[in-house]
Ligand binder design. Structure first.
Ligand code: FES
Length: 103
């Protein structure tokens, strides 16, 4: 079975914004930045806070709770308090539709 899952149309995620995507018991963020579309885990690694209300600036996501910052493309912590990086996921775009690869 394919592990690619349809998220939405490309037009549904504004530039320098994100969309929440839930699948089974997990939640993700799909971002639209200048280098394309990217995906990370949806929950901040600091506390149980969803990043869907965070701020996308260039290729970084700022957590709405304590302003921790992660690199959207690598998931790496750029600014504490988070210590652990976000997991990232592959994205593909076909016929203006965005798919995320979840194992
Ligand atoms: S919950 Fe995200 S930085 Fe604290």
């Amino acid at each position: 079975m394919s592990n690619w899952h349809l998220v939405c149309e490309t037009s549904e995620i504004d530039f320098e914004d994100l969309k929440r995507f839930d699948y089974e018991d997990k939640t993700y963020c799909i971002y639209h930045i200048k280098d394309g579309f990217f995906a990370t885990d949806g929950m901040c690694t600091h506390e149980d806070v969803h990043l869907e209300d965070g701020l996308v600036i260039d290729s970084e996501i700022e957590c709405p709770m304590h302003q921790g910052i992660f690199d959207i493309k690598t998931g790496k912590v750029i600014q504490d308090p988070p210590c652990d990086d976000l997991k990232t996921y592959n994205i593909k775009v076909e016929n203006n539709k965005i798919y995320i690869q979840i194992d």
